[in-house]
Design a protein around this ligand. Structure first.
Ligand code: PMP
Length: 401
């Protein structure tokens, strides 16, 4: 008899784990690996957030928190939604969880019945499909083609919706492609959804503040207020405020029923979020917001650098994304070749594994995100690392025969 429960049968461990493991082994042997695989900001958490946590601890804010978040934090989140998104959510329509990841997990556990379909624009974050399967749902990938800038085309969305569809996920700016939606593009998606009144929409806006060149972020509940009661707007402090280790995400919806179901799961799945993290999040959300623009300017410079370098590499094709901190180059021009170390490159998995073994650059294969042949580079790292990493990638590709 297997120890693991049946429900784990279709759930994989994080697909990027193999790369992390390989990079660690190399590093343990004294090899300097340039890591372009990590999806987290290389900046520090803002000092005002750290100070707020420290002072909360000294003040004795160390008791069990309310399950859905402290009143002060929910008020700060409500202000954030109004300020950044022009969305009106009362504090009682908000639930706070342990990161964006737990928000999604709770939402799926709260709503998916066996066989319910969840439409996931793909390429997509590795965890979406696994979380859906965990909850008994069926992930349905809808392709966002490179030729369409990796955006979700209304006709492809329409074709993916069935009477069994329970949810549509939206994640623009996107992990792994960096694609973001203009207001017009979002309106076109909303128009399709208006024709499907039984489908809920989860919008994962975690990369909201990471958009470049005056691109304006928008979110679907604001673009189409008629969807307000069917949209779960999700966000968090991980990427915007470089607070990945603090573990705090939140969601809000116009649907009382949906929020009650999510709150119910949230209350059992953990016992509320660390009071110190909540205090830090209030400071981050209510404090000076200049750092968002300052950091976005730095990310933009890095993006432009990576695109410029990789566009010059024969065999790679590199679409310029609007946001997040990823690029997703197409490596189809190298399929069928052999690396200098004698590795046959038949897939993007072969490509990234040969790249890490022979030139010690860690990236992630497109296969992990559901669209091949591509690989993901994260530019949430120093310019020095990016220079070294891009030079090694260029050399690796040039040496192929
Ligand atoms: N959504 C997306 C698209 C992400 O890329 C990530 C982090 N990799 C998350 C959610 C999870 O964020 P959190 O740290 O808030 O759990």
């Amino acid at each position: 008899m297997s120890v693991a429960a049946e429900r784990l049968k279709n759930v994989s461990i994080s697909a990027s784990a193999a790369m992390t493991q390989r990079a660690r082994e190399l590093a343990a042997n004294g090899i300097k690996v340039v890591s372009l695989s990590s999806g987290e900001p290389d900046f520090p958490t803002p000092a005002n957030a750290i100070e707020a946590a420290y002072s909360a601890a000294l003040k004795g804010e160390t008791k069990y928190p309310p399950m859905d978040g402290t009143a002060a934090l929910k008020a700060a989140i409500s202000r954030k939604f109004k300020r950044d998104n022009n969305l009106d959510y009362d504090p009682n329509q908000i639930v706070v969880s342990g990161g964006g990841k737990q928000v999604i997990f709770n939402a799926m556990l709260a709503t998916c019945n066996p066989g319910d379909e969840v439409v996931i624009p793909t390429p997509s974050w590795v965890s979406y499909a696994d979380i859906v399967k965990f909850a008994g749902g069926v992930p349905v990938a809808v392709p966002c083609f490179e030729q369409a800038g990796f955006k979700l085309r209304p006709q492809d969305l329409e074709a993916a919706l069935t009477p069994r569809t329970k949810w549509l996920f939206l994640n623009f700016p996107n992990n792994p492609t960096g694609a973001a939606c203009s207001r017009a593009e979002m309106a076109a998606i909303a128009e399709v959804m208006l024709r499907h009144p039984d489908v809920f929409i989860l919008t994962d806006d975690i990369y909201e503040h990471l958009v470049y060149d005056d691109f304006e972020f928008c979110t679907i509940a604001e673009v189409e207020p008629r969807l307000h009661d069917r949209v779960l707007t999700m966000n968090g402090v991980s990427k915007a405020y470089a607070m990945t280790g603090w573990r705090l995400g939140f969601c809000a919806s116009g649907s009382k029923e949906l929020m009650a179901a999510i709150s119910n799961v949230n209350g059992q799945n953990g016992g509320g979020i660390s009071t110190l993290t909540q205090a830090a999040a209030i400071a981050a959300l209510d404090g000076p917001q200049d750092l968002l623009r300052e950091r976005a300017a730095i990310y933009r410079e890095r993006r432009d650098f990576v695109i410029d370098k990789l566009s010059q590499v024969e065999g790679l094709r590199c679409h310029k994304p609007e946001g997040a901190f990823y690029v997703y180059p197409n490596m189809s021009g190298l399929i069928g070749k052999t690396s200098r170390g004698g590795r046959k490159i038949a897939t993007d998995v072969d490509f990234v594994m040969a790249l890490v073994d022979e030139h010690h650059v860690a990236t992630v294969q497109g296969t992990a995100y559901g669209m091949s042949p591509y690989f993901r580079i994260s530019y949430a790292t120093s310019m020095e690392n990016l220079e070294e990493g891009c030079a090694r990638i260029a050399q690796f590709c040039r040496d192929m025969r």
